[in-house]
Design a protein around this ligand. Structure first.
Ligand code: HQG
Length: 176
């Protein structure tokens, strides 16, 4: 499969496994899983193509279950799913990539999950920069995750290494 086709299938998978399963007639279970056979039929791709997309995905966005019969997105959902992730102790500092035009609102009301379930945070500034750049000139915010955890905020880590939390009040944020 060439690169363009990999990206195109990956984008369709992200859309349907996170946001709009009904558009292709699939249903996610409570934890976000769908039968691989159903996804293959709905996307009209082969198992080999699916495996190539999952293995070749730059962010490892998708994961098979232990038996390889089900697949889900590892994070980023807007539909209601419970990924079943256990709370985990975050690194002392986490990062969030955004853009200048959102800063006044973010510094006033904190980071909110917007359309997704959780605020997405990165363990390194490079990743945060990349996330911010999707929208323009990236601004990286430093999150005092140690203080948040000490104050009782819960963090979870997705299967592909994204740190998730419900919200980040402004007092834990500063510009890098
Ligand atoms: C901003 C991609 C105004 C926030 C990435 C962000 C990530 C606020 C946008 C993953 C705000 C939400 C998630 C507030 C937050 N006022 N704006 N109070 N609080 N925002 O896409 O973090 O490629 O839902 O800064 O790599 O950009 O899809 O979140 O700019 O890991 O796998 O509101 O999506 O991964 O945007 O990105 P998003 P995000 P994938």
């Amino acid at each position: 499969m060439n690169h363009a086709r990999m990206v195109s299938v990956s984008k369709r998978m992200a859309r349907h496994l996170r946001h709009a399963p009904e558009e292709i007639g699939i249903t996610l279970d409570a934890a976000g899983w769908v039968a691989v056979a159903d996804l293959l039929a709905a996307l009209r791709i082969s198992r080999e193509e699916l495996e190539a997309v999952v293995a070749g995905n730059d962010k490892r966005r998708f994961a098979f279950d232990a038996t390889g019969t089900r697949i889900r997105a590892s994070q980023g959902h807007s539909v209601a799913v419970d990924l079943g992730l256990e709370p985990a102790e975050p690194p002392a500092v986490l990062y969030h990539g955004t853009v200048e035009r959102f800063l006044p609102a973010i510094l006033r009301e904190g980071l909110r999950p917007m359309n997704r379930h959780d605020v997405h945070l990165s363990a390194d500034t490079e990743t945060a920069n990349r996330v911010g750049r999707r929208r323009g000139a990236a601004v990286v915010l430093v999150v005092d995750a140690a203080a948040m955890a000490a104050d009782g905020h819960e963090f979870r880590r997705s299967a592909n290494g994204v740190w998730l939390t419900a919200s980040v009040p402004p007092r834990y944020l500063k510009r890098s």
